[in-house]
Design a protein around this ligand. Structure first.
Ligand SMILES: Nc1ncnc2[nH]cnc12
Ligand SMILES: [Zn+2]
Length: 345
C-alpha cells in the first residue's frame, strides 16, 4: 500500500523562517495519523487502520465531501480535555517551526457535541495549550468557533448560546464550514446577526466548491469580515472588483485546493490571477495533516511551481497580507509587519 504524497518543504527552505500569520487552520485537521492511532488506543476507539501508513494511504480525496467523511470519522479519537490539549500543543510546535507567529484557529464544536463530548471539554482542552503558546512557542493565538453549514441553523443557534460564557477572551469569532454545496449563507443569517450583536468577528468558507454567489451572500447577508478560500470569486468580475476595492481578505489554501480537486494541479492555481486583480490574498494550510503540508510547506510549494512564477517579493507580500488580514490590534500588526519587511530570504 502506498502513502499519499507529501508536499513538505526541505528543512533548508527559506519559507520556514518567513514570519507569517495562519488564518485558516482547522485544529481537527492537524490530527496526524500517529497521534490519531495513539489516542484511539488510549481511549479504546476502534479504527479500521492498523498503522499510520495505512491511515495515510486513505488520504486520497475525490472532493470536499470525501475528505469531510474521514475528517469527522477520525474525530472519534478525541474524547478528553487532554486529548484536545495534546492536539493543539502538537500543532503549535509545528506551526512555530513553520514561521507562524500568530494563529487564528478554527474548531468545530458541533462535530464534538454531536458525539457526546461537551463544549467545555473542547474549549478548556484547547485553551490549556493556547494560553502559554506565546511563551512556549512564540505564537500568539485566537480561537474562532466554526459552525457546520450542513446542519440546521437551529442546531447552530443552540451551540452558539451555550458558548456565550467563552466569548471575548477565549473565542473571538465565528466561522462557517463543512459541505458548501446546497448550504448557502442565507441559511445562517440569524446566527451571524447574533454574532455581530455579541461583538464577535465573522468569517465564512465561501467559493471553495460553491459558486461565487456564496461569497457575495456571505458579505451581504452575513457581513463577514474575511472570506475563507474564495477562489471561485474569479467567476464574477464585479465581485472581484468589489473584493479588491474593499480589500476583503481571502484565506486561500493552495495544497488543500489541489487535494480536494478544487483545482487540477498547483500549476493551474488561480492565486497569481487573484494577486494581479489586486485582492488581499493570504496563504494557509486548512487541514495540514490531511493535505500533505503546513503553512510554510504551502509557501514553498507555490514558490517551487514554475508555472505560477511567484518571486520572493510576492511571497513576502503574501506573508505581510496574513498580518494585515488578521484580527490583531494595530500595534501587534505593525510589529509583525516590520519583521516581515526585515526578513532575508
Ligand atoms: N476545506 C474545508 N472546507 C469546508 N469545511 C472544512 N472543514 C475542514 N476543512 C474544510
Ligand atoms: Zn477550511
Amino acid at each position: 500500500m502506498t502513502s499519499a504524497p507529501s508536499d513538505a518543504m526541505p528543512p533548508t527552505s527559506p519559507f520556514a523562517t518567513l514570519p507569517k500569520a495562519e488564518l485558516h487552520l482547522h485544529i481537527e485537521g492537524t490530527l496526524e495519523p500517529e497521534l490519531a492511532l495513539e489516542l484511539a488506543h488510549r481511549n479504546g476507539v476502534e479504527l479500521p487502520f492498523a498503522n499510520a501508513d495505512q491511515l495515510r494511504a486513505a488520504y486520497r480525496f475525490e472532493n470536499l465531501q470525501s475528505f469531510l467523511d474521514l475528517y469527522y470519522a477520525l474525530m472519534a479519537v478525541l474524547r478528553t480535555e487532554s486529548d484536545f490539549t495534546e492536539l493543539a500543543e502538537a500543532y503549535l510546535a509545528r506551526a512555530a517551526a513553520q514561521g507562524v507567529r500568530h494563529a487564528e484557529i478554527f474548531f468545530d464544536p458541533q462535530a464534538h457535541i454531536h458525539r457526546g463530548v461537551d463544549l467545555d471539554t473542547v474549549v478548556r482542552g484547547l485553551r490549556a495549550a493556547l494560553s502559554g503558546a506565546r511563551e512556549r512557542h512564540g505564537v500568539s493565538t485566537r480561537l474562532i468557533m466554526c459552525f457546520l453549514r450542513d446542519q440546521s441553523e437551529q442546531d447552530a443557534l443552540a451551540v452558539f448560546e451555550a458558548a456565550r460564557p467563552w466569548f471575548g477572551e477565549a473565542v473571538i469569532g465565528i466561522g462557517l464550514d463543512s459541505g458548501e454545496i446546497g448550504h448557502p449563507p442565507a441559511k445562517f443569517t440569524e446566527l451571524f446577526r447574533r454574532a455581530r450583536e455579541a461583538g464577535l468577528r465573522r468569517v465564512a468558507h465561501a467559493g471553495e466548491e460553491g459558486p461565487a454567489s456564496n461569497i457575495t451572500d456571505a458579505l451581504d447577508l452575513l457581513q463577514v469580515e474575511r472570506v475563507d478560500h474564495g477562489v471561485r470569486c474569479l467567476e464574477d468580475p464585479r465581485l472581484v472588483e468589489r473584493l479588491a476595492a474593499e480589500q476583503i481578505p481571502l484565506t486561500v489554501c493552495p495544497l488543500s485546493n489541489v487535494r480536494l480537486r478544487v483545482v487540477d494541479t498547483l500549476a493551474q492555481h488561480p492565486l497569481p490571477r487573484m494577486l494581479d486583480a489586486g485582492l488581499l490574498v493570504t496563504v494557509n494550510s486548512d487541514d495540514p495533516a490531511y493535505f500533505g503540508g503546513y503553512v510554510a510547506d504551502n509557501f514553498h510549494a507555490l514558490a517551487a511551481e514554475p508555472a505560477l512564477d511567484l518571486d520572493p517579493e510576492t511571497l513576502r507580500l503574501l506573508a505581510a497580507n496574513s498580518f494585515k488580514a488578521s484580527f490583531l490590534d494595530e500595534e501587534a500588526r505593525s510589529g509583525y509587519l516590520a519583521e516581515v519587511t526585515a526578513h532575508r530570504f
